[in-house]
Ligand binder design. Sequence first.
Ligand code: FAD
Length: 262
Amino acid sequence: MRIVVCVKHVPDLDSVRGFDAEGRTVRSTADGTLNEVDENAVEAALTLRDGGGEDAEVIALTVGPPSAVDAVRRALQMGADRGIHISDDALVGADYAATAAVLAAAVRHAGGVDAVVTGMAALDGLGAVVPSLLAAELGLPQLTVAHEVSCSGPPDHVVTIQRDVAGATETWRAPLPVVLSVTDVANSPRLPKMKEMLAARSKEVATLTLDDLGVAAADVAPRTEVLSATERPPHPGPELVTDDDGEGGRKLAEYLISGGLI
Ligand SMILES: Cc1cc2nc3c(=O)[nH]c(=O)nc-3n(C[C@H](O)[C@H](O)[C@H](O)COP(=O)(O)OP(=O)(O)OC[C@H]3O[C@@H](n4cnc5c(N)ncnc54)[C@H](O)[C@@H]3O)c2cc1C
């Protein structure tokens, strides 16, 4: 069984984040990290591999600038077998459709893929559309936003998931090959030990360009454009009303009246 797990390198949520002159997210190596829910995707991929027979393997795949290889490295530390990093200057400014098209091309290039596992959303772009676009590109069934995943053993390999939608929990299933996206409660991602972190250094990571994938830059040119991106003003923070001078009740009433709350 061959499983591809899509891992995205995103700016750390705790870092100071911003936009460049073109309105694109600033991505520097220093504050980048593996998209948090993609750790759940890696864990789900590893679990599928463990039930997938002796030859089963997990390939960690990313599309992004040179620094994005760190996301692949993290997946390798967690236990993925090898990595693929798609990096090409023509992808600067790639939009959702382009990203999905390139991920799909990389999956086809890897060949013989039985499952593509993703996180439910990337914490920077927050599109939450790449998994569905990817399934459409590949012509595969999609099992999305799964909070529980199981897979029956050979020869059938049917994946069953549970997902929550407004007011209901749904159970879906599909035979492999499939595109699966998972939530942050789907599992508990393993924490790699020092030995696994060292072993990951010698795992293979192939760096490929659009040419290598047989994709023309014109075919993945963005069809959308960021017109503006401005930082929101900082949140004013909570107002603390004290009663040190016995005036707490009055101050609270004044605050509520001034805010039009009463
Ligand atoms: C007009 C426009 C211009 C943009 N320009 C840029 C730009 O210049 N530089 C830039 O970095 N971003 C840019 N973006 C954002 C970028 O296109 C999105 O981050 C990307 O398309 C993925 O969308 P998302 O992050 O919302 O993914 P989601 O759909 O929220 O991601 C869901 C899951 O898909 C997988 N996934 C998503 N993206 C990747 C990836 N790249 N590699 C591997 N797995 C992935 C992960 O498993 C993730 O958990 C732009 C977006 C738009 C609309």
